[in-house]
Design a protein around this ligand. Sequence first.
Ligand SMILES: O=P(O)(O)O[C@H]1O[C@H](CO)[C@@H](O[C@H]2O[C@H](CO)[C@@H](O)[C@H](O)[C@H]2O)[C@H](O)[C@H]1O
Length: 647
Amino acid sequence: MRSPRVVIDRLQPSVDDGRFPAKATVGQPLVFEADVYADGHEAIAAELILRQPGGEAQRLPMRSLGNDRFRVQMLPTKTGRHLFTVEGWIDAWGSYRRVLLRLQAANKVSEQDLVDGVERIRAASRDADPDARLATLLLRLEDLSPPEKLMLLLDEGVAELMSARLPRGFASRHASEFCVIVERTRAGFASWYELFPRSQGAPGQHATFDDVIARLPSIAAMGFDVLYMPPIHPIGTTKRKGRNNSLVATPTDPGSPYAIGSSEGGHDAVHPALGGIEALRRLRDAAAGYGMELALDIAIQCSPDHPWLREHPEWFTWRSDGSVRCAENPPKKYEDIVNVEFYNEGALPSLWLAWRDVIEHWIAEGIHTFRVDNPHTKPLPFWEWLIADIHTRHPDVLFLSEAFTRPAMMYRLAKIGYSQSYTYFTWRNSKRELGEYMTELTQQAPRDFYRPHFFVNTPDINPRFLQDAGRPGFLIRAALASTLSGLWGMYSGFELCEGAALPNGEEYLDSEKYELRHRNWGAPGNIVGEITRLNRLRREHPSLQSHLHFQLQHSDNDQVLVYARQLPGADELVLVAVSLDPHAAQETQFDLPFDALGVAAGGALESEELMSGRRFVWHDRRQHWRFVPQEMPFAIWHLRRAAGAHA
Ligand SMILES: O=P(O)(O)O[C@H]1O[C@H](CO)[C@@H](O[C@H]2O[C@H](CO)[C@@H](O)[C@H](O)[C@H]2O)[C@H](O)[C@H]1O
């Protein structure tokens, strides 16, 4: 096929050139861009053609950014698949107007140049479909002096009218329609709190969901809106794990909740000691009363006691001794669970459908968010099918991928449907690491399909950084996670700065995965107040509700990371500076984003430090700040142009 005269290229957002849908979130700016160009020097115009779910195609004019790039931005309000393409054409009036502007700047506009414009309008008004506005315009032009005529011919309203009337020269359209899936707000903006329900009661007693209800007011007061629980199903006894991952359990050890299934049921059952399904329903409703939703864990594995081993032996691979090999995620070994085999003869489609039934079961119970354990150890085609299938009936259901593996696999899981993904954030501590990682996530390909969920800790990850960092270290990581990504999460105990670890690793000492833990939620030294404030700032400042719109700022100290968060086109922004050193005071000179706020030389910025409420007017582009870890290792400023300052 020959190239059209007007070429349309490099549509954004697009994932692998349109092979997978891009992602967007209700209420977050969605930016479309394309290169549109042609031979010669004529002006080009472009339009986005957008089909929203259940709607007519809409045409949105795109603005030239220069260098052949065009852009339009919209705020999605509907969830679902949005299809788009781009049309471009030679803009005859735009070409005339552009020349006229250049002549005006050079003070060389001739009488004939003005006549040319009037003649163009006259020709347009002679079209088959007469436009009264053009007739009126011609009448007005007749009585004007040359300078007045020039002003009117350059008028933007006239440009709009003429562009709408004139035929689109050499119009062409990109050959493909691209897709953006818009998901509900919590796909991209949510604060997760993870807890083990069985630990939420009186010391030494297995708690129920009713005990979790009693904890809701304080969790909601901290500003969390998703309550995530590790598996809540019956736990097997065969090869049950004991304290600190011991291979021998005592009769009173509750077992790992990931060892799912016993004679009391499998993945669609609730552990009786948690109060059963009625108690879960009470918790679900109580959480909704606090504006929170529950997220459940989907762990595709079975304890050897799971009913499926008896009912569906064809879903497992049996060894000659009648056992099934235990699961692993190298180098970790999970002796108390076995895997189902997706590729076994007899597993397709029954096993795939069984998992869909499990998800449907919990959706029917009002659960709309699922954290999926180790999805990278299960078939990609399975996830692609399952998520698409669930979304045809339940487009608001969210899936979080807990894959800590190679980047290609983590990204692929997002491309094939996962709404959110665990990340390497937990292990990115230095200024260089954090800067590079954020640049990859926000300015390279993942930007269009990968929503990073920044967990500061998990029951499996007691980050080495936190193990000896004390309270300042917890403040540092909370500030980073909550201001770098729209999605952040913590596992309970973080707010109490718990960091005791087993030697030489990242496992918690006396991990709650294998025993009940009782905590004093008001223990001295906690950071509940700071977490509450951070979550409040996230709600108040839309630029903190996504990981996108991130810009590194210069700071002269390698221990201090400074970044701006600004929505496209906004006249305000949030500037964050975090000292990455939990042990010693650090100070830095850093640059203020005067240009991003349109402040010219001699102008000033009004700023409010949002943790303390202190206000400043800053006249110098370069500022100085000192961080004392025991006081506050970070600062967050809201910045806008000072009233009266010139742009
Ligand atoms: O493999 P990951 O590091 O991604 O961890 C996830 O999956 C593990 C297996 O489900 C899970 O491990 C826990 O449960 C196992 C099964 O009961 C048990 O053998 C492990 O000792 C225990 O850590 C882990 O919690 C989960 O996040």
